[in-house]
Design a binder for this molecule. Structure first.
Ligand SMILES: Nc1ncnc2c1ncn2[C@@H]1O[C@H](COP(=O)(O)OP(=O)(O)O)[C@@H](O)[C@H]1O
Ligand SMILES: [Mg+2]
Length: 144
């Protein structure tokens, strides 16, 4: 069975804890070198999901997030996790000077918020997760 065949079907996550747990459940299905493209509006829970992944990798304590930097490397887990947030890059064109796309080929895991900002190409080992806020405050998480 391929990895994508084992990913959960659409899942409702009632709160941030459930969203982090969803990430933790999926970690065993994410081989080193996987790129995770995280889709969804501001506040959908993309960073919460990455936090859950970091905790599941064994990172202890506060997980830094790429609020003022484009990329936040998260050390201290079984694999290096690189967390990109491309939100502020709407007009960026100089991907080469940012280190793209080479930085996508790592020995760890890479999570990218607002991946739509990057025109590609993406490595083959890329998965897409969409987080959609629901009217009751929960989030619908779907692998697409
Ligand atoms: N079901 C849920 N899943 C994830 N976050 C939730 C959920 N319900 C409420 N939240 C809250 O929504 C916010 C999501 O923020 P964040 O993860 O930074 O979003 P994003 O990175 O998508 O912009 C957090 O304050 C979190 O506590
Ligand atoms: Mg975020």
């Amino acid at each position: 069975m391929t990895t994508s065949a084992k990913l959960s079907p659409d899942t409702i996550c009632a709160d941030a804890t459930a969203t982090r747990a969803h990430a933790a459940r999926h970690l065993p299905l994410l081989p080193a070198g996987t790129i995770l493209r995280l889709h969804g509006p501001l506040g959908a829970g993309k960073s919460e999901w990455v936090r859950g992944l970091a905790h599941a990798l064994g990172v202890l304590g506060e997980i830094p997030s790429p609020t003022f930097t484009l990329c936040q490397p998260i050390h201290g887990g079984r694999l290096l996790l690189e967390h990109w947030d491309l939100y502020r890059l709407e007009n960026a064109r100089d991907w080469i000077s940012l280190g793209w796309p080479d930085c996508l080929y790592t020995v760890g895991l890479v999570a990218v918020e607002w991946p739509e900002r990057y025109p590609g190409p993406w490595p083959a080992q890329t998965l897409d997760l969409t987080l959609t806020p629901q009217s009751d405050g929960s989030r619908l998480l779907s692998w697409t």
